[in-house]
Design a protein around this ligand. Structure first.
Ligand SMILES: [Zn+2]
Length: 234
C-alpha cells in the first residue's frame, strides 16, 4: 500500500529556529494567491516475485504500524505513493521597532501520486486465470484511487483556499525568523490536509476492497491455486 510522505519545498522553509513575538496589529495583511492541484501520475504494471513484494510491503508498512496477517502472502499488489508539496512565497516588511512581518503572498499546493504500480506476482505468470483474477483485484485499487482523486480535487481547492484566507502574517525579530514561523504554520495546516487524505484512502481501500470476504474469495478462485502458490512460499 502506501507510505505517507510530506515534502514541503521552497526557500522559505529553510529557517529552523524561530523567535516569534506576539502578533502586532501593525502587520499588514494580505490574502495570498493560492493554487491547488492534483497530479495523478501514471500506473505502471510491474511483475515482481512474491518474495520481493512481501519484502517491500514489510519495509513500507511496518514503520507505520500497518502490518496485517495478509502481508505473509502477496500474489498481487498495488503500490501507490503520494506526496503533498507546498510552496510559500512571502513578502517582508520592517516595522518601526525593527521587527519584521512576513506576509503570505502566494501558496501553491500540489498533491502528487508519485509512484503507482499494479503488480501481479511473477509466479502467477502462465496461469491465465490467476493473472486475470489478481490483476482485476489490483485494478480495483487503482480505480478507487482515481475516484478519490476526482472526489478530493474540489475539497483540496477549498481547504487550500481557506488556508490562504486564514494564514495570518508572522511577526518576528528578523526576516528569516518571521518566514520560518509562517512556514511552520503552513506546514502544520498542509500536514493535516495530507494526513486526512491518506487516512481516508487507507480506510476506503480496506472497507471497499480488501475485506475479509474478498480475502476469503481469493482463496477459492482458479480452483484454489492461490493457496497452492502461497503455501509453496510460506
Ligand atoms: Zn487488495
Amino acid at each position: 500500500m502506501t507510505r505517507p510522505l510530506l515534502s514541503l519545498l521552497g526557500a522559505s522553509f529553510l529557517g529552523a529556529c524561530t523567535v516569534a513575538l506576539p502578533e502586532a496589529p501593525s502587520c499588514p495583511t494580505a490574502v495570498p494567491v493560492v493554487t491547488a492541484r492534483i497530479e495523478p501520475g501514471e500506473v505502471l504494471r510491474r511483475d515482481l516475485g512474491m518474495a520481493e513484494m512481501r519484502e517491500e510491503a514489510v519495509r513500507l508498512l511496518e514503520p507505520g504500524g500497518l502490518v496485517r496477517p495478509a502481508l505473509r502472502r502477496y500474489v498481487g499488489q498495488s503500490l501507490t505513493k503520494t506526496r503533498l508539496d507546498a510552496r510559500l512565497t512571502t513578502s517582508e516588511s520592517v516595522l518601526p521597532d525593527g521587527s519584521v512581518c512576513a506576509v503570505p503572498q502566494r501558496i501553491d499546493v500540489v498533491l502528487r501520486f508519485v509512484r503507482r504500480e499494479l503488480r501481479v506476482a511473477s509466479e502467477a505468470r502462465g496461469d491465465a486465470c490467476l493473472e486475470r483474477e489478481v490483476e482485476t483485484h489490483e485494478q480495483r485499487h487503482v480505480a478507487l484511487d482515481d475516484a478519490m482523486i476526482a472526489d478530493f480535487r474540489p475539497v483540496l481547492e477549498q481547504r487550500v483556499g481557506e488556508l490562504g484566507r486564514n494564514l495570518a502574517p508572522a511577526l518576528a525579530l528578523d526576516a528569516e525568523a518571521a518566514k520560518a514561523e509562517l512556514s511552520r504554520r503552513l506546514r502544520a495546516e498542509v500536514r493535516q490536509i495530507y494526513d486526512g487524505f491518506e487516512a481516508m484512502r487507507l480506510r476506503r481501500h480496506r472497507a471497499e476492497i480488501d475485506t475479509p470476504a474478498e480475502y476469503a474469495r481469493v482463496t477459492t478462485i482458479c480452483e484454489g491455486r492461490v493457496n497452492a502458490l502461497t503455501a509453496r512460499r510460506r
